[in-house]
Ligand binder design. Sequence first.
Ligand code: PGA
Length: 256
Amino acid sequence: MINRQKYCVANFKMNKTIFETDQYIKKFLQLSFYNEKSLDLREKCRIVICPPFTSLNFKNKYSFRTGLYSGAQNINCNKLGAFTGEISAQIVYEAGARYVILGHSERRDHYNETNEEIKKKFSLCYKNLLSPILCIGESLDQRKNNKVEKILRTQLSESLKLENCLIIAYEPIWAIGTGETATSKIITETHQMIRKILNDIGFDGQKISILYGGSVNRNNAQELISLEDVDGFLIGSASLDHEHFYDIYKFIEESV
Ligand code: PGA
């Protein structure tokens, strides 16, 4: 069995002020009994917190290693320039981000983000030493009409750059923020399908970490992380409570 890096990623979306994020991190660190031993353990499961842009520098507030990584929820597909209200890869890196969520379904839906734009964002991530977390997933209609493979294949082949550093988050749109988690069977089948597609388009699918996202919470995390093809989670609503997020993280860590 290949040992893939495990991840526990919090996506705060448009929640939490600077003050609230600071409080959250402080409480999370207290809960995880900060010490060197737990830091080593945390390398088994990387914790990435993706707060609003204003809090990307949360790590700068600590004089010690926190074992937490900062991630941005998006970047613009251009390097720099006249794009009012947007943010670049270089800016988020300098602010403290080391990861970036790309192609979240909310961005594809609300802001018409395309695979072509996501591909440009990939290049900018690599140039700026950011690790991309690519979100892919199908709608309920697409699943009902047996289009899952076609959709995922298109999302992957049209947006990926052939580079080693890559994390995938499989997030079925119908499971995001709905309280309806995909079944273990669906997740296993789909993650295996994604690995096969990755192989087909020139990657080594067995080596790439694939996270599941969509209504993950502390009640279902233990079962889901026991699935062989699940390498961690991308968590929205349940990540907003530091105790819930910590419990989910512990389940991943214990599974390694
Ligand atoms: P959720 O969101 O955990 O609230 O379903 C997941 C996501 O949007 O990444």
